[in-house]
Design a protein around this ligand. Structure first.
Ligand SMILES: [Zn+2]
Length: 83
C-alpha cells in the first residue's frame, strides 16, 4: 500500500477557480443570475457576518455580495426604507 504522497496530480481532474460545480436539484442559480442569492450556502460564518454560496458568491450580513469575478454588489436590503 503506497503512502499518500504530497504530490498528487489527480489526472483528468481540472479545478478552475471561480467555477463551481453545482450538484443540487434544482441547480442553484449562477453567479450571473439576478437570483444568485437563492443559491445554497456552502459555508456560513454568522459570527463574522459572511458566507459562501454554492455558485461562488460571497454574501455579507448587510446583504452585500462579492461575485466570483471580483464584482461587488452593494447591499440591497429586502425592505427599501429610503430615508
Ligand atoms: Zn448548488
Amino acid at each position: 500500500m503506497p503512502p499518500h504522497g504530497p504530490e498528487d496530480p489527480a489526472p483528468g481532474h481540472t479545478t478552475s477557480e471561480g467555477r463551481s460545480t453545482c450538484h443540487h436539484r434544482p441547480p442553484c442559480p449562477t453567479a450571473d443570475s439576478p437570483d444568485r442569492g437563492a443559491a445554497r450556502s456552502q459555508v456560513l460564518f454568522p459570527e463574522q457576518g459572511w458566507g459562501r454560496l454554492c455558485n461562488g458568491v460571497t454574501i455579507f450580513d448587510d446583504t452585500g455580495e462579492l461575485l466570483p469575478d471580483g464584482k461587488i454588489v452593494r447591499p440591497h436590503r429586502p425592505t427599501e426604507d429610503a430615508a
